[in-house]
Write a protein that binds this ligand. Structure first.
Ligand SMILES: Nc1nc2c(c(=O)[nH]1)N[C@H]1C(S)=C(S)[C@@H](COP(=O)(O)O)O[C@H]1N2
Ligand SMILES: [Mo]
Length: 410
């Protein structure tokens, strides 16, 4: 049988070439889709065992930034139409690289304040009943560029706020595993640990895990990508990305949080009065206009355009998105497109007749608990000057008379 991806196949040749070019070359290397013409030119070979986007769409890619000191791959939200992020475009944050895990040897241990410590291999876990849920995942540090000083004026939406994606996650509810192990008196917290080099670990309240936690095994119908924690990760809907421990291999039930390096360092937040916000798990209500957005250009100087975007809340469903085209002086209710799901991306649109004059576009989402996005000035008043986590303020785009769109601090 002909294999394109086996040893010596075209995919492998491409990767070897990218590796030979070094890390910088690898990042800048042409995407696999660029090799499609080569495949399609082969007689009778006009398709692949695992499909790829059209070569003409190969510019739709995650963007890599290493300024944080570790790789951050951002979703190009400005190209997303719909609520599901294609798996290959899911954002990724790796504090200790991506471990190469043999699924046949990977084991998840559950121990601590339990009656019966348990050990699950992948085969064993696969026999448990599973649930499927569509949820967004967002890094606490998403939109940091906007939270800090005005540095992101010439960036795309993905560059600014692409540390959020939305997928269908399928896996085993944590309650099944915790109840099987049996909880001892005093059990209050669970410390989750990953199998990556730095043993990424976070403490989570047991009660919330029993209600909502999942050991996710599938993403959009296929096994998790290595980038998302293959072969298993913790998933907590609506909570900051960091607690969703990838390459999960240990759950320890405890009576108190462990104050791990990952929760006491980067992922705390300093308030304006100097106090520190600890264990702020929820990602708050937020929205972004994807079309038009930063660095796009409206092709005609005036006329009809559909404003489109995505809204989400870590606390529940989106009930309303208001859009302004005059920098927040007046607002109109956008149309929400179903399905409107709990703690998931919700698509919104508003028809717009552009006069051709400079216009400042904004969106402001409200969730079912009546929480509404703050303005940037309101958000900045609450937190210390250098704080940037959990930034959910209104995003503004300026449309210039020549159709250019740029980030603006309104
Ligand atoms: N084991 C492990 N889990 C991890 C991380 C990590 O570096 N190692 N990064 C965390 C951070 S900071 C985020 S935002 C999310 C990102 O999940 P994703 O890469 O699947 O988008 O994973 C979290 N889980
Ligand atoms: Mo993160």
């Amino acid at each position: 049988m002909l294999s394109h991806n086996g040893p010596g196949g075209w995919a492998r040749r491409h990767f070897l070439a990218a590796l030979a070019a070094g890390p910088a070359g690898a990042a800048a290397a042409q995407p696999l889709a660029a090799h499609l013409p080569e495949v399609m030119a082969r007689p009778g070979g006009a398709d692949l065992p695992y499909g790829l986007p059209a070569p003409q769409e190969s510019y739709v890619e995650r963007t890599l930034s290493t300024t944080a000191g570790f790789p951050v791959w951002r979703t190009p939200l400005q190209h997303q139409r719909g609520i599901i992020t294609p798996s290959g475009l899911h954002f990724a944050v790796h504090h200790n690289g991506v471990p190469d895990i043999d699924p046949a040897r990977h084991v998840l241990r559950l121990h601590g304040l339990v009656n019966k410590p348990l050990r699950f291999d992948l085969e064993g876990l696969m026999r448990y009943p599973m649930v499927s849920r569509v949820h967004f995942l967002e890094c606490a540090g998403n939109s940091a560029a906007n939270a800090l000083s005005p540095t992101a004026l010439d960036q795309t939406l993905g560059d600014i706020a692409g540390e959020v994606s939305c997928s269908e996650w399928t896996g085993v509810p944590l309650a099944y595993l915790l109840n099987e192990a049996g909880l001892k008196d005093g059990a209050q917290w669970v410390v989750a640990e990953g199998a990556d080099g730095g043993s990424h670990s976070r403490s989570l309240p047991l009660k919330a895990l029993l209600q909502d936690g999942m050991v996710a095994l599938f993403q959009n119908g296929e096994r998790l990508r290595p980038s998302q924690g293959y072969p298993m990760r913790l998933f907590m809907p609506g909570w900051e990305g960091n607690v969703n421990v990838k390459w999960l291999h240990r759950l320890e039930v405890t009576d108190a949080p462990a104050y791990t390096k990952d929760e006491s360092g980067l992922y705390t937040q300093v308030l304006a009065d100097g106090r520190i916000e600890r264990f702020a798990f929820h990602m708050e209500v937020k929205s972004v206009i994807t079309h038009p957005s930063g660095q796009q250009r409206l092709p005609e100087p005036h006329g009809f355009y559909e404003i489109a975007g995505l809204a989400w809340s870590g606390r529940g469903r989106i009930v309303r998105v208001d859009v302004s085209v005059d920098g927040g002086r007046s607002w109109a209710a956008a149309q929400l497109h179903g399905p409107v799901l709990d703690r998931a991306f919700t698509r919104f649109t508003l028809p717009w007749q552009w006069s051709g004059r400079r216009a400042d576009l904004m969106s402001r989402a409200t969730d079912e608990h009546g929480r509404t996005q703050p303005l940037r000035s309101e958000w900045k008043r609450r937190y210390a000057l250098h704080s940037f986590n959990h930034y959910n303020a209104v995003q503004a785009w300026r449309v210039q008379p020549d159709g250019r769109v740029e980030n603006v601090y309104a």
